[in-house]
Design a protein around this ligand. Structure first.
Ligand code: KIV
Length: 256
């Protein structure tokens, strides 16, 4: 998959599947699946580093995870621009986006559009594909008063619709819509030519993205909207306890 395939997939009504990935071992597993593309989300701050929000993910963290994932997969990778990296001027944004592409990303994701129009446009014109992210943008955790569903007021609906249109006009190749009402996600999906990738906003988007550990049932907290495709925590616990029993009983843990 390349950036050019995203609008084509929308045109041909072929849904786009995306999951997050942060490390080499899962990247090698994903490489053997039918998944279309990978998001190295700044959710790594929470999932891999145990922080309560995505805010502590900095460019060093994102570069490290991007390199690890790229070492094991040829799939299309989008890496998140960390908190405030697009708010410290053009030079800083270009430097950070450049680091992510050099580390192996094919594109970067930027939360929100307002106030970042020049930066998004400049990155796109510089050969750095940009995926937009609207709705519940976790970097706005403090402004939103928590990880809260968006698009619940008229103002919020108008802002999300306007920003989606703007993302398309600025040259973004796709837009993630997170935790907004299904009807709003559907309306946006029908009103723009670039694909929408949904999370927690129904089935009408042009694709879906989930946090890998959530869909595999490995997370200690999983958002209500996430379907668990594996009872990961339980399966891993059982396996680890079996190992412990083998160690305690002096049973060999070598494969035959
Ligand atoms: O960081 C992330 O994992 C994300 C997805 C939840 C869309 O941005």
């Amino acid at each position: 998959m390349t950036t050019l395939d995203f609008p084509l997939r929308k045109k041909n009504h072929e849904k786009i599947s995306m999951v997050t990935c942060y490390d080499a071992s899962f990247a090698s597993l994903i490489e053997g699946t039918e998944l279309d593309c990978i998001l190295i989300g700044d959710s790594c701050s929470m999932v891999m580093h145990g922080n309560p929000t995505t805010l502590p993910a900095d460019i060093g963290m994102m570069v490290t995870h991007t390199k690890a994932v790229r070492s094991k997969t040829k799939k299309f990778i989008v890496s998140d621009m960390p908190f405030l990296t697009t708010r410290k001027g053009l030079e800083n944004a270009v430097d950070c986006a450049g680091q992510l592409l050099v580390a192996g990303a094919n594109a970067v994701k930027i939360e929100g559009v307002d106030g970042q129009e020049d930066i998004i446009s400049h990155l796109v014109k510089s050969g750095i594909p940009v995926m937009s992210h609207l709705g519940l943008t976790p970097q706005f955790y403090n402004a939103f008063g928590g990880h809260k569903k968006q698009g619940k007021t008229e103002d919020s609906v108008e802002k999300i619709k306007r920003e989606a249109k703007m993302a398309e006009e600025l040259g973004c190749f796709s837009v993630v819509l997170e935790c907004i009402p299904q009807e709003l996600a559907e309306e946006i999906t029908q009103s723009i030519l670039i694909p929408t990738i949904g999370i927690g906003c129904g089935n009408d988007c042009d694709g879906q993205v989930l946090v890998l550990q959530d869909l595999l049932g490995m997370s200690d907290f999983t958002p209500k909207f996430v379907k668990k495709y594996l009872d990961g925590r339980n399966l891993i616990t059982v396996a680890l306890n079996e190992y412990v029993r083998d160690v305690k009983n002096g049973v060999s843990n070598e494969s035959n």
